[in-house]
Design a protein around this ligand. Structure first.
Ligand code: PAP
Length: 330
C-alpha cells in the first residue's frame, strides 16, 4: 500500500505573517498570552487558540456543513488523537482493507489518513471541497463543543470524543512541544508549562472546560456523542472497539467476531505496531515534523516521572474542583 501524499497547501507552515488581514485585525482584539509553539494563544469564545490555528478555526466554524453520516473525532491535544484516528479509520474501512499487512496504516501516519478540520482542511485561503471524501466522512478536530459549527451539533453526525487524565495529557503536551518544535517552542521550562496548563492556557484549553463540555453532551445526547477515555481504551481495547462500532452503527457481525477482526484492529492500532512502522519511525508529518513525535511512551501514569508532589497536588485539586459536580473521574 503506497503512502498518500498530502495536498501541497498542507505543507505550508503557519506563521503569523500568513494570516489574512481580516484575521489579523480580528485576533488583535482578543486577549492573548504567549503561545506554546511560536507566537501567541488567543482567548476566543472562552478557549485558548494558537495563532497558527485561529484562522482555520474561524473558517471551519463559518463554512463547514456536516452531513448526517459524518463522523467527527474530537480530542484535546495529546489525549490520544493519533491512536483514535487510527482506530476509527481501521474500524470504518475494515471491509475495504481486510489485510493488516497491506493496510494504509502500514504506510501512512494516522494524521495523513484522517485530517483535522481546523488545522489541515480549513487552513488555506480557500474553502476546501470536501465532497470527494468517501461516506462516511471521517474528520478530526480539537474544537471544544461550544465552538463547533452549528451543523455539527444540529445534524445527525456522530461525535466520538477521546480524552485522557490531565496529568498525562500535560506531560505528553510538554514533551511534544519540546520534541516536535524545539527550535520554535515558546516555553522554557516544565514549571512554566505547568503554570500555563494549570491556569487553563493550553491549546484548545482550559482542559477541564473542554472535557466537561463533551461529557455533559454525551450524558444528554448519548446517541450523538460517545465519550471515551484513553485509560479505558488502554485497559480494554476490544471492549471499547465494540462499543465504538455499535455507536457508529457498524457493529461487528458474528462472522467478523469469529474471524478475530476485533483483535486484528486492536493489534494493528496498538502503540507497538504503529510506532514500529517505518513511516512513523522515519517519516515526516504534515508540517514537516517527524512522525515519531506522535509516539513517545503511550502509557498510563507516566506523569509520575515528571511532576513534583506540589504539581500533582495542584492538578489533582483543580481537577476535583472542576469535575466535582459532573461525576467525572480519572
Ligand atoms: P496530537 O493531539 O498532537 O495528535 P496525540 O496523538 O493525542 O497528539 O498524543 C500523542 C500521545 O499518544 C503520546 O503519548 P505520550 O506522550 O504519553 O507517550 C503517544 O505516545 C500516544 N500514542 C500514540 N499512538 C498511540 C497508540 N497507538 N496507543 C497508545 N498511545 C498512543
Amino acid at each position: 500500500m503506497a503512502a498518500i501524499e498530502p495536498p501541497p497547501h498542507l505543507l505550508q507552515c503557519f506563521e503569523e505573517k500568513e494570516l489574512s488581514q481580516e484575521c489579523r485585525d480580528f485576533i488583535s482584539s482578543l486577549p492573548r498570552e504567549r503561545g506554546w509553539i511560536r507566537a501567541f494563544s488567543h482567548h476566543y469564545q472562552g478557549f485558548w487558540i494558537s495563532t497558527m490555528a485561529i484562522q482555520g478555526v474561524l473558517a471551519f466554524q463559518k463554512n463547514f456543513q456536516a452531513h448526517d453520516t459524518d463522523v467527527l473525532l474530537v480530542t484535546p491535544p495529546k489525549a490520544g488523537t493519533t491512536w483514535s484516528k487510527a482506530i476509527l479509520f481501521a474500524l470504518l474501512n475494515r471491509a475495504r482493507h481486510p489485510n493488516p499487512q497491506r493496510h494504509p496504516l502500514v504506510a501512512n501516519n494516522p494524521h495523513t489518513l484522517v485530517l483535522t478540520l481546523e488545522l489541515n482542511l480549513y487552513n488555506g485561503n480557500q474553502v476546501p471541497d470536501l465532497t470527494s471524501f468517501p461516506t462516511p466522512r471521517l474528520f478530526g478536530t480539537h474544537l471544544p463543543y461550544a465552538l463547533l459549527p452549528a451543523s455539527a451539533k444540529d445534524s445527525a453526525c456522530k461525535i466520538v470524543y477521546m480524552c485522557r487524565n490531565p496529568k498525562d495529557t500535560f506531560v505528553s503536551l510538554w514533551h511534544y512541544v519540546n520534541r516536535a518544535w524545539s527550535t520554535s517552542s515558546a516555553i522554557d521550562s516544565l514549571e512554566e508549562a505547568f503554570d500555563m496548563f494549570w491556569r487553563g492556557v493550553s491549546p484548545f484549553g482550559p482542559y477541564w472546560d473542554h472535557v466537561s463540555g463533551y461529557w455533559k453532551e454525551s450524558l444528554e445526547n448519548p446517541h450523538k456523542v460517545l465519550f471515551l477515555k484513553y485509560e479505558d481504551m488502554k485497559e480494554q481495547p476490544t471492549t471499547n472497539l465494540r462499543r465504538l462500532a455499535e455507536f457508529l452503527g457498524c457493529p461487528f457481525s458474528p462472522e467478523e467476531e469469529a474471524k478475530g477482526i476485533v483483535n486484528d484492529i486492536s493489534t494493528l492500532c496498538s502503540f507497538d505496531n504503529l510506532s514500529n512502522q517505518e513511516v512513523n519511525k522515519r517519516g515526516k508529518g504534515l508540517y514537516g515534523e517527524a512522525n515519531e513525535v506522535y509516539f513517545r511512551r503511550g502509557e498510563v501514569g507516566d506523569w509520575v516521572n515528571y511532576l513534583t508532589v506540589e504539581m500533582t497536588e495542584k492538578l489533582d485539586r483543580i481537577t476535583e474542583e472542576k469535575f466535582h459536580s459532573t461525576g467525572l473521574k480519572f
